[in-house]
Each structure stands twice: as structure tokens, then as C-alpha cells.
Design a protein around this ligand. Sequence first.
Ligand code: MG
Length: 388
Amino acid sequence: MDKIKVAILGSTGSIGTQTLDVIEKHSELFEVELLTANNSAELLIEQAIKFQPNNVVICNHDKYKEVSEALFNQPIKVFSGINSVCDLVKGDNVDIVVAAMVGFSGLKPTLAALNAGKNIALANKETLVAAGSIVKEAALKNNCAILPVDSEHSAIFQAIQGERSNIEKILLTASGGPFLNSSIEEIRNASLKEALNHPRWKMGAKVTIDSASMMNKGLEMIEAKWLFDISPDKIEIVVHPESIIHSMVQFEDGSVMAQLSNPDMRLPIQYALSYPYRLPLNTKRLDFSKIGALHFQSPDFQKFPALRIAYESIKKGGNIPCAMNSANEVAVQALRDGKIAFWQIPLLIERCLEKCHFIQNPTLDDIYSTDFEAKKISQELVKNLYKW
Ligand code: MG
């Protein structure tokens, strides 16, 4: 049997490196066709030498020389720039594309892959938040599967396997992040370092900060709406600090199906790659007698305004979720650059949304211009912080 040829967009990030780990453990089934990275030239070179893909792309043109020189005696073609990523994902040699880039920039290559008929293992939730209807339409038109890599969405996907019945409700679980038990006052004083200290998951900086503000759960709620074609008022966020249940689905007869495991992203990554089959995975197994109890509570919309903003944005619809996501990307970067405080993230997003143009049925061009507009407005807001 031919091996499944995998393209990994964002191979040097947290999801990318764990995807390579899965591929290495099942090298009898998978091989790497394409690796891409934004800036991490050194790790990309190391991965390319080890996994021998046909092509690699370093998006940052300034690092092209470093990568091409390091790989000059390898049978690997080296390219630079996002347009090369969009070209190479279409290649005949690509069977599945792992979309593991961070943020809105993942949209273009994901759409290129879908329009070339490729199945997507989607970790880049921002793509669905920004352009859900367009991405879904492209998948439908080209007969492509979008397989969730996000652990919650993988859990939901696993829970509905074999079901022919309607979903009554999705119970989207959230760890609650590092500020679950903090007061509003403490959140007001929270530092970048505290925001980066997630209690359960070790992830990239963007998603870790999003988890602390709970914007991550807001983005995931919108991601779930598109992936499972369900109205947001049927998606309930449930705080579950142990992160053992990765989400649940409630059916019309009151049955609730859950997927449980110790937190390990290799599980949802591997399931997306091997679906509809399961493969062995060497994770730490659950020991229920040691776990003893699992806890659940409602999220606090007062303490975490990002949740309210996300529900309001998807309710308004059109280009607003895209603008919300773009404003959040600027806010998170501004926090990392020391330009705003953690608690100002949702405030900045709301101020930005007040100023953005509303488009009810955005085209793809409208989505790109909304991203541009929202980022520009947000950057102005960061610069004029004292006027807020
Ligand atoms: Mg998640």
C-alpha cells in the first residue's frame, strides 16, 4: 500500500512537531511530502534532514538563504514565501494537509488546499472563525473532509461517529486557564508571564494567551458551529479544570457521549490522520481510581468578557467574527510586546468592533479587507492606549 503523503503547514510549532512525532511512530503508514515554517529556520532544516520531504518552504524570505544553503546537498527543494505554500499544497503528491499555522494567515493556504481537493487536518481554528462559510463551501464543492485536530472538536467528532441522530447540544469543555480562580482584581493585575502559564496544556504562546483570556473557547465555539453545522445557542461551554473530558455531545434522547483521555495533543492529531481508523498510541492511560472526581462549573462571563464577545460576534455574523479574531491577534501580540496589559485584550477587541464596517455576506475579498481594517484599527488603539 502506498503511504499517505502529508503536508504540514507550520511544522515547527507545537502541533507541527507533535504531528512529526506521530508520523515517525507510524512511518509504515505516513511520509512527509511538504514542511513549511514562518521563521524557525534552524528547526525546519533539522526536520527536513530527518524526514526528507520533497519540498520545504520558509515563509520569511530573509531566511531562505540559510535554509537553502543548509539543505543544498539534500534531495529537497527549498522555497520561500506564503505563495509557495499555496502552490505546493496543491501538488499531486499531497494526500492530506495538516493546517497548523497560527492565526488568520492560515486561511489562504487552507483554501488553496481545499480548492485543489485536499483533505485538511485542521488545527488552525482562526481559519474557520474568520471565513467559516467560505471554507465550508470550498470543502463541500471539492468534496474534501475537514478533520478536527483541536482536542475539543476531535472529541465531539469521535462522539458522533456512527450516529444518525440530531445533536441536541454540544458541551464544549474548557480548562478555565490559569485565571479560573482569580478575582477580577487579580486578573487586572495579571502579567504576561502568568498568562503564559497554562495549568494543563503545553502549547504555543498565542493559544496559551487565548486560553487565559478564554478567547480560545470563544474561537472554539465558532469553530464548532462551522465544523458540526450547529447553532451557537446549542453550544454550551462547561468549565472542567481537570481537562480529562475533551468535550461532550448530548442527543435528543438525553444521552451524553464524551471522549476522555489524559491531555495529549498527539491523540487528536493521530486520529485526524488515521480516521476512520485508530492506531496504537503510547499515551499515559487514565487511572480512574487515582482521578477520583471530575469537576464542572459554568464559565464566568463577567471575568472573561471574551466569551461574551465571541457569542455576540457570531450572532451578528457576517465579517464580525473575522474582525474579532484579527483584533484578538493584534491584542495578543501587543501583550507579548509589553504594550498592553492582559485584561485590556477584550477591551481592545470591543473597541475595534465598534469601529469596523459591518458586511452581512462577505466575499473572500471582504474577509481579507476586514482582516486588514481590523488589524489597522487595533494597532491604532494600541498606539493611543491613553485615549481609551
Ligand atoms: Mg482546543
